[in-house]
Design a binder for this molecule. Structure first.
Ligand code: HEM
Length: 204
């Protein structure tokens, strides 16, 4: 990782990111609480978890929309352009570094610069989560909020049930992303360097 400071996270990205992180954590917490309510194990009282899930769901919906729209019209969107050319090789190199090279003191294969804000693994994860998983999570969530808009049968199966399954799978995948995201964010030039970067705006 380069030692020089680079201004990589504009103020809108930082405000968006931390609002999104807080809303998402509350969304997951209330979602898990609702899922286990019938088994008598609830972190938050059921009524409160429903209200919390609805409010944070609306917040995350707007935040995701804002992210997609602002990214479309600002320079930040450039970092989300993906090419599949040599993708497998790049992902392999980066994974090898995370699993092995980093601990042997090797240099990162794709150093961060003004032109390359993310390594190939980060970029793929952010694109998949922000442009596929989150929209599917939100669309299925809207469906469950307004069940009358869901067709009764989809491929001869109960439409509401299918929507609920999709919602739970996407919620699980986004939560899994968060766990891996937090771990990989400790792999900067120091354990706290990337977290500091998302606060100050400067990557080091
Ligand atoms: C407590 C929760 C979280 C923490 C501590 C955290 C931390 C960070 C840090 C340190 C970075 C900068 C490192 C980098 O550029 O890769 C980052 C970037 C990012 N995070 Fe998170 N994150 C959290 C939750 C989330 C969630 C819930 C999402 C999405 C659902 C998310 C999506 C992103 C994205 C898209 C970026 C890149 C933003 C950009 O610069 O364009 N994060 N996060």
């Amino acid at each position: 990782m380069s030692e020089e400071k680079i201004y990589l996270y504009p103020i809108w990205v930082r405000i968006w990111h931390w609002l999104n992180a807080i809303s998402f954590l509350a969304l997951v917490l209330s979602g898990i609480s609702m899922q286990y309510a019938s088994s008598g194990f609830s972190i938050i009282p059921f009524e409160l978890s429903v209200t919390m899930h609805n409010i944070t769901g609306i917040a995350v919906t707007f935040l995701t929309l804002i992210f997609i729209i602002v990214n479309r019209f600002t320079d930040n969107g450039f970092y989300y352009n993906m090419t599949t050319k040599t993708l497998a090789t790049r992902l392999f190199n980066q994974s090898k570094y995370y699993l092995y090279g980093k601990f042997k003191g090797e240099k990162p294969p794709y150093p961060i610069s003004m032109k390359r804000k993310f390594n190939p693994l980060q970029r793929l994860a952010y694109v998949v989560v922000m442009y596929i998983f989150m929209p599917l999570l939100i669309i299925s969530g809207i469906g469950l909020f307004f069940p009358e808009i869901i067709p009764a049968k989809v491929f001869a199966m109960n439409g509401i049930l299918l929507t609920a399954v999709l919602h739970v799978i996407m919620g699980f995948l986004c939560s899994l992303f968060l766990v891996v995201h937090l771990y990989l964010c400790t792999m900067g030039s120091s354990v706290g360097a990337l977290f500091k970067g998302m606060i100050t705006g400067y990557h080091q």
